[in-house]
Design a protein around this ligand. Structure first.
Ligand code: SAM
Length: 247
C-alpha cells in the first residue's frame, strides 16, 4: 500500500518511522511519502491560509496550494486514482469497519488541515474524480489533522497482510468482524501467575478450550455492558448463540 500525506507540519508525521508502521515501511509493505504543503505556496511567505468569506474568527486553508499539491501527488503515481482521506471533526466516524475498508485500497492520500479547515471547493473538486472520505476520529476538536492521520494510518497498517507477526492477532480485537463483532475484548493476563498477591482467573489455567472461550465471551459481554451499553443494544443474539454452539 502507498500512503501520501500533505501537511504544513511534516515533522509531526515522524512517528510513522517507528514501531509497527516503521517496520512495515522498512520491510517494503508500506510506502509512506510525506509532503510539505508550503512547497506549493508561491508567495514570499509561503502563505497557505486566508480570511474566511462571510466573516468570522480563524483562517481557512487556501484552495490553490492544495490543488497543486494533490495534482502533483497524483502525477507521481502509476496512473491510478488514489483515495483521498480528509480528517475533520465533521466527518464520518472512524471505525474498525472503515479501517478494514481503507486497508483494501492500494493508495491513500491524506489531507490533514489546520486553522478552520480547507476551502470546501477542494473536497468537492476531488470528489468528482476520486473516492473521498471525510473522517472524524472522535467527538472533540484537535488543533490539526496530523494526529488523526497517525491514528488512521496505524489502524489501517496493522490490517495489511504480513504486517502483524501473527495474522490471527487482530481476529479477536474489539470491533473486529466475527461472532463477537459488537463486543469489546475482555481482560488479558500473562506470567507470572501471581503478582502482588493477585492471581489470574483459574479457568485460564484449565487447558479447557471450550470453557476458556466461554469465559472470554462472558468477560467481553460484561465489559461491553459497563463501558459501551450502546454496543450491547446492537449485539446480534443469534451470532452469540452461534459462537456458544461452536464451543
Ligand atoms: N472549525 C472546525 C470544525 O469545527 O469542524 C475545526 C477545525 S480544527 C481546529 C483543524 C483541523 O484539525 C481540522 O480541519 C481537521 O483536519 C483536524 N481535526 C480536528 N479535530 C478532528 C477530529 N476529531 N477528527 C479528525 N480531524 C480533526
Amino acid at each position: 500500500m502507498r500512503i501520501d500525506v500533505v501537511t504544513i507540519f511534516p515533522e509531526y508525521l515522524e512517528p510513522l518511522n517507528v514501531s509497527l508502521v516503521g517496520k512495515a515501511r522498512a520491510r517494503g509493505l508500506l510506502d509512506v511519502r510525506v509532503h510539505d504543503l508550503r512547497d506549493w505556496a508561491h508567495d514570499k511567505h509561503k502563505t497557505v491560509d486566508d480570511t474566511p468569506y462571510g466573516g468570522g474568527p480563524g483562517m481557512v486553508m487556501k484552495p490553490e496550494p492544495w490543488g497543486e499539491a494533490l495534482d502533483a501527488v497524483r502525477a507521481s503515481g502509476d496512473g491510478r486514482e488514489p483515495v483521498l482521506v480528509v480528517p475533520t471533526p465533521s466527518g464520518r466516524p472512524f471505525t474498525q469497519e472503515l479501517a478494514v475498508e481503507l486497508s483494501q485500497r492500494p493508495w491513500l492520500v491524506f489531507a490533514p488541515a489546520r486553522y478552520e479547515g480547507i476551502d470546501r471547493r477542494v473536497i468537492d473538486e476531488y470528489a468528482e474524480r476520486w473516492e473521498v472520505h471525510e473522517v472524524s476520529i472522535g467527538d472533540y476538536v484537535l488543533a490539526g489533522g496530523e494526529a488523526a492521520v497517525l491514528v488512521i494510518t496505524e489502524a489501517v497498517a496493522r490490517l495489511l497482510p504480513g504486517v502483524l507477526g501473527n495474522a490471527e492477532s487482530h481476529r479477536d480485537d474489539s470491533f473486529s468482524p466475527g461472532a463477537m463483532a459488537d463486543l469489546l475484548e475482555g481482560p488479558v493476563y500473562t506470567k507470572p501467575p501471581v503478582w502482588r498477591d493477585r492471581t489470574i482467573p483459574e479457568v485460564l489455567l484449565s487447558g479447557h478450550h471450550g470453557k476458556i472461550a466461554r469465559w472470554r465471551r462472558d468477560q467481553a459481554f460484561r465489559r461491553t455492558c459497563a463501558n459501551r451499553p450502546d454496543l450491547v443494544e446492537r449485539c446480534d443474539p443469534a451470532a452469540l448463540d452461534q459462537h456458544d454452539r461452536a464451543l
